[in-house]
Design a protein around this ligand. Structure first.
Ligand code: PLP
Length: 365
């Protein structure tokens, strides 16, 4: 089996698995306890928090663990809009956001909030000028993703962050596909909140985090989303998922150490596939691009599911476009203005640092 769907999820790294084992077996204490048996749990949680924070140059106090990218996105949008109702009820997102953002925005609309959905250009890029033009006196939040999950396009976040800062608008980015793929530091990005997820970086499924910039003043500008106990500095209730948090920390640290090398490796895979297909597959169209792990391509005249099933029968896993929607045309490809023929023949190939050049050749063959 050749796995080329790493934008959907990645294999768990052996070191991350090892890191979680003590907290699934002997070290089962609840980190919230006060007796000494809890100390190791607490220390492990704070170690992992720092490991995750270090990837984006944040402080540990700015990292809040969640159940994944979807929860982080829901929290950022709903928590911010509901906390700032007095300031305004206007939210700006882009047309190519993940459904965790799109559906959260739709839910907010049903609560009476107003949403502006910004278009993208033919490469899937949101113009910072368009963000600026859409900002109104009652705009509370702008949420634009870091790297797109279907086409890998990297958004100009620093410029968008600067626009938001100039207008005093809160800025969130869904960096689930950008984290450890596209180098960025929280401070230079200018984001107030950043969503990240573990299972895209070789940690287990069901763990993620929301970075909340220190100056964001939680509770005043952002309401907790999950209510209950006092965990995560009163911002995200629920007994912490310590085994997965420990694994997330280790995966983040390993990813940080390998990031440059992994990105170069994946760029080489991508360049090699593009070169071969351009020569050997007449009519192939490459779509978007930017993040090293995603290659979106189309064979106009063929249907994605046929291509995908054909590759599957040959032991190669790729996805239609996004793993999250079955049987519907991609909203991302539609927003880019691509022709129905190109959209209907599109597949997404996505790599990890474990993907080999032989596997890339097998895909081309
Ligand atoms: N945002 C983006 C851009 C994604 O690609 C994904 C997952 O595919 C998510 C959010 C959701 O993350 P999770 O699967 O951790 O809930």
């Amino acid at each position: 089996m050749i796995y080329m769907d790493n934008a959907a999820t990645t294999r768990l790294s052996g070191r991350a698995l090892e890191a979680m084992m003590p907290y699934l077996t002997e070290q089962y204490a609840n980190p919230a306890g006060t007796y000494s048996f809890t100390h190791a749990s607490n220390a492990a949680m704070e170690k992992a928090r720092k490991q995750v924070a270090d990837v984006i140059g944040a402080t540990s106090a700015e990292i809040f663990f969640t159940s994944g990218g979807t929860e982080s996105d829901n929290w950022a949008l709903k928590g911010t809009m509901r906390a700032n109702e007095k300031k305004g009820r206007h939210l700006i997102i882009s047309a190519i956001e993940h459904h965790a953002i799109l559906h959260s925005a739709k839910a907010l609309e049903r609560e009476g909030f107003e949403v502006t959905v910004l278009p993208v250009d033919a490469d899937g890029v949101v113009a910072p000028e368009a963000v600026e033009a859409a900002i109104r006196p009652d705009t509370v939040l702008v949420s634009i993703m870091a790297a797109n999950n279907e086409i890998g396009t990297i958004e100009p976040l620093e410029a968008i962050g600067a626009v938001c800062k100039r207008h005093g608008v809160i800025f969130h980015t869904d960096a689930v596909q950008g984290f450890l793929k596209v180098p960025f530091q929280a401070k230079t990005l200018g984001a107030d909140m950043i969503s990240i997820s573990g299972h895209k970086i070789h940690a287990p499924k069901g763990i993620g985090a929301l970075y909340i910039r220190k100056g964001m003043k939680p509770a005043a500008k952002l309401l907790p989303y999950i209510m209950g106990g006092h965990q995560e500095n009163e911002m995200r209730a629920g007994t912490e998922n310590l085994p997965q948090i420990a694994a997330f920390g280790v995966a983040a640290e390993l990813g940080r150490k390998e990031q440059k090398h992994a990105a170069e490796h994946m760029e080489q895979l991508r360049a090699h596939i593009v070169e071969r297909l351009q020569q050997e597959l007449p009519g192939v169209v490459f779509i978007g691009g930017g993040a090293p792990h995603v290659l979106s391509l189309s064979l106009p005249g063929y249907r994605s599911e046929v291509l995908m099933n054909f590759l599957d029968r040959n032991g190669i896993c790729v996805s239609r476009s996004s793993a999250c929607k079955q049987g519907r045309r991609s909203h991302v490809l539609e927003a880019m203005g691509l022709s129905p023929k190109v959209i209907d023949g599109a597949i997404r190939v996505s790599f990890s640092r474990y993907t080999t050049m032989d596997e890339a050749d097998a895909l081309c063959d």
